[in-house]
Design a protein around this ligand. Structure first.
Ligand code: NAD
Ligand code: ZN
Length: 360
């Protein structure tokens, strides 16, 4: 038995207002005046001086607004990397992502692809990346995905939706400033928050569970219950705790895996472009067979926050389209093995998955 030796985020700052320290954190990392810092910022912050005035730009530094309307694509990453290579004589000093999981994943993927040849689709999978990435910094502005702490960057490619999972993917520096999440719309707060809750349920009920995953998962699970089911927290406490729940949820799946909800949600995302957070909610609502207690709690949270999820999104799909989703879901073998066990192929059939998708 050989245990995996995981890299982690090397440095992390936590605190309300810690975003103000960005300049002092970055300046020692500048390689020279021709090697810029490139900031990818969620375009929801365009014109938002409260946030953008604190982004220190000097020399050839550049701020690039990116939309989170769609999840990152391999072609988008390849284009962003090409632009940087064409526009600068030297590789950047650092890549900084400011936003939700979408922007954080873009920052991670670009930092990897700047130092690795070819197209990003060739690196989707596990441990294919050969060279260390450019110094990269993650600054989440919405909490739940765990992308700030994880060893993956999830991309939709021509053939599949799959992460670049590698030792070079985790951020070198993360700034956790819960204040940055203050304007997240309510529905989105719930969807992305539930990503964290689902990570915990899938990790804690998985066959890969060990004490490492369990301790992180239990902490995040407890925090989610406090945030989404109880009424004892003020707004700031809830923001602080959800940011830490996201972190712990991400740590919990480092040593285990996600499960049924994520496998099916990836299928929805690939075919229909349904985004990760809401997709997980749509799927998880129908998974009482696999996660009875987690789904019961989820339904309570949904009710408490008056969330109504889209229904019948698979109603008009053709058999061919169902097959596409089912194949994406089935290809995620480690997720099924974690959820069901080594013998998962006995119960997880195409017919079974079709029946589940038909309920959604
Ligand atoms: P997101 O980044 O897609 O953002 C969701 C919405 O919230 C967007 O409209 C965005 O503009 C808005 N938003 C973000 N911060 C805001 C703020 N402070 N104020 C107002 N609006 C704000 O959402 P997400 O759920 O964080 O990320 C989903 C993505 O994360 C997916 O692409 C998914 O694949 C990826 N993901 C990655 C990992 C990982 O480990 N790498 C894990 C889970 C999910
Ligand atoms: Zn997730």
């Amino acid at each position: 038995m050989s245990y995996k030796n995981f890299p982690m985020v090397s440095r992390v700052v936590f605190g309300r207002g810690s975003f103000n320290q960005l300049e002092e954190i970055l300046s020692p990392k500048r390689l020279n005046t021709k090697a810029p810092f490139i900031y990818f910022v969620d375009d929801v912050f365009k014109g938002n001086a409260w946030l953008t005035s604190r982004i220190p730009l000097s020399y050839d530094d550049k701020l690039i607004y990116v939309s989170a309307a769609e999840e990152p694509k391999t072609s988008q990453i390849d284009d962003l990397v090409e632009d940087i290579i064409l526009n600068y004589k030297e590789l950047p000093s650092g890549i900084i992502g400011i936003g939700g999981g979408t922007v954080l994943d873009i920052a991670k993927a670009v930092s990897i692809m700047l130092t690795n040849d070819g197209e990003s689709k060739n690196y989707q999978g596990w441990d294919i990346v050969k060279n260390p990435a450019i110094f990269h910094v993650g600054i989440p502005t919405i909490s739940g995905t765990g992308a700030e702490v994880s060893r993956t960057t999830i991309l939709t490619g021509p053939e599949r939706k799959l992460g670049i999972n590698s030792d070079y993917t985790p951020f070198d520096q993360v700034i956790l400033d819960p204040e940055l999440t203050k304007d997240v719309p309510r529905d989105q707060w719930f969807y992305t928050g539930m990503d964290c809750f689902v990570h915990c349920v899938e990790s804690l009920n998985g066959t890969f569970l060990n004490a490492f995953s369990k301790t992180y998962g239990e902490k995040a699970f407890t925090l989610c219950k406090e945030i989404f089911l109880e009424d004892n927290l003020n707004t700031e406490e809830a923001q602080d705790k959800l940011m830490m729940a996201s972190w712990h949820g991400g740590m919990s799946i480092a040593y285990s895996q996600v499960g049924v909800a994520h496998a099916l949600s990836y299928g929805l995302g690939y075919l229909l472009g349904v985004k990760h957070g809401i997709g997980n909610c749509i799927v998880f609502d129908h998974l009482d067979e696999y996660y009875p207690e987690g789904v019961a709690l989820f339904k309570k949270m949904k009710e408490k926050h008056d969330i109504s999820l889209p229904q019948d999104i698979c109603k008009d799909l053709s058999d061919k389209e169902f097959d596409i989703m089912i194949n994406v879901a089935l290809s995620l073998e480690p997720l099924w093995e974690n959820a069901i066990g080594k013998q998962w192929k006995k119960t997880i059939t195409k017919e079974k998955l079709k029946a589940l998708y038909q309920k959604m």
